[in-house]
Design a protein around this ligand. Structure first.
Ligand code: PEP
Ligand code: MG
Length: 314
């Protein structure tokens, strides 16, 4: 009966042989949760990525502690019983904010962005973490927090300490830089979970600006090099019994979902509109098929080859 429900387009994510794969959503505000609906129907296990930039963009002044706490509490209430993974501010040279007063950089994607901003403006991160903690206490929600653009295990450890210092209990980091993927095991010695941001991880692994429209075959989450880094993170999570999710746009690709499951990923966070197709795709493949597809994709020489090979291996 449970599997019939999946085929009907309801219920939580799982493979044809019943292996759970959590389906989560990426949001930027409480409004983005409006259409998600009850868990039994939507099957959405929670918010895997809450991008907090919306509060900060187009502002002359930094949002205050109170203003932030109110905005976060609104999202936590909208999520109800479901966990919310809050990502700390991902701004910097690539998404400049006037109040940060950061210098212009010739290569902003390779400069002071994401967690790196805290080196120059530590108080901005501290106010944000304090506001997230306050909203968590006010609402009693299951709140997780993570940092973007982490490159080293030292940065991960410092972020985790800082977040715990604000009373936050479940602290992870994003894997968006190849260095972080290569050191996933070391990151997981200090972090409670990893979340792989495939948009940036593709950009930095293939050396293609994510805004560049001319090299789509390279800037493609099916690139075997990217899949290999994802597999390495999943293996590190399995070895330490800690969750590793994918929260970049790739998680919403229905053909890639069984591949990611086959690589060992058991949480996929995507734009809400992607959930139904991913749920249906998972329900069509058992774990043996997922692993065959993953092996075939890893064995390819480029992204198109990986897609073709995964399709043939189903
Ligand atoms: C990513 O890089 O994959 C990600 C989820 O973060 P963003 O798209 O906000 O950079
Ligand atoms: Mg990113």
């Amino acid at each position: 009966a449970a599997l019939r429900q999946d085929a009907d387009g309801r219920g939580p994510g799982r493979t044809a042989d019943g292996r759970p794969v959590d389906l989560l959503v990426n949001i930027g505000s409480a409004a983005d949760l409006a259409g998600v609906g009850p868990v039994e129907v939507s099957g959405v296990a929670g918010v895997g990525l809450f991008r907090t930039e919306f509060l900060f963009l187009d502002r002359e002044k930094e949002p205050t502690f109170d203003e932030q706490a109110r905005a976060y509490a609104e999202v936590f209430r909208a999520a109800g019983e479901r966990p919310v993974v809050v990502r700390t501010l991902d701004a910097g040279a690539d998404k400049p904010l006037p109040f940060l007063g950061l210098p212009d950089e010739p290569n902003p994607a390779l400069g002071v962005r994401g967690l790196r901003v805290a080196r120059l403006r530590p108080e901005t991160l501290d106010v944000q973490l304090a506001a997230i903690a306050e909203a968590a206490v006010q609402t009693g929600a299951q709140v997780h927090v993570m940092a973007p653009m982490v490159a080293t295990a030292r940065e991960a450890a410092e972020f985790v300490d800082r977040a715990r210092g604000h009373g936050l209990g479940n602290v992870g980091v994003m894997v968006e830089v190849p260095a972080a993927a290569l050191r996933a095991g070391r990151l997981l010695e200090v972090a409670d979970f990893l979340s792989i941001g495939t948009n940036d991880l593709a950009q930095y692994t293939l050396a293609v600006d994510r805004q560049n429209g001319d090299l789509p075959d390279l800037l493609d989450p099916w690139q075997p090099a990217l899949l290999q880094l994802i597999a390495q993170c999943a293996e590190a999570g399995r070895a330490r019994g800690k969750p590793v999710s994918v929260c970049g746009e790739a998680a919403g690709d229905p053909l890639l979902a069984p591949v990611l499951a086959g690589l060992g990923i058991d949480k996929l966070s995507m734009a809400p509109r992607g959930v139904a197709a991913v749920r249906a795709a998972l329900a069509e493949h058992d774990m043996a098929a997922c692993r065959r597809m993953a092996d075939a994709a890893l064995d390819a020489d480029d992204a198109a080859g990986a897609r073709t090979a995964a399709l043939a291996a189903r």
